[in-house]
Design a protein. Sequence first.
Length: 174
Amino acid sequence: MVMLVSGFAVSQSNVPPKVVSVPAFTVIGIECRTDNAKEASGHGCIGKQWGRLFGEGFVDKIPGKLDRSIIAVYTDYASDKDGEYTYILGAKVKDDTTAPADMVKVKVAAGKYAVFTSEKGAAQQVVPATWKRIWETPKSQPGGNRTYKTDFELYDQRATDPKNSEVDIYIGVR
């Protein structure tokens, strides 16, 4: 997305993330364990999870959904961006909702999150480009002081067209 700031065009990649407080919430979805090297090699599970979510109808089977948004949660980090993590793809639900047998339920902890907004475009391109920007953020800047506990992506009404999406990525920070 290109914004006009004081008469100058500024892309989202030049806009620093805003830091927000997010209340705890619950997600039900499907999970896999992966790492960034597997994902970059084409042998990861994230793309397959997206195929399963819609192809096998998981998105429609999630009980107690609070809205139509899709949430991708990154949690249980083994270390940092180079270690393994658990990826859960699903939706926000009421806290007391029970997960179906073929899904998992996870609580996203309340806390401070740096919000990086992707450019607008094909989700398969703009989301990885935004993660690259996150990985390159110095520790001294907002979003660089990561906790490596829980991060999540929000696919709301701005992401209903996968070829023309804008996605917010929430990075847990200190």
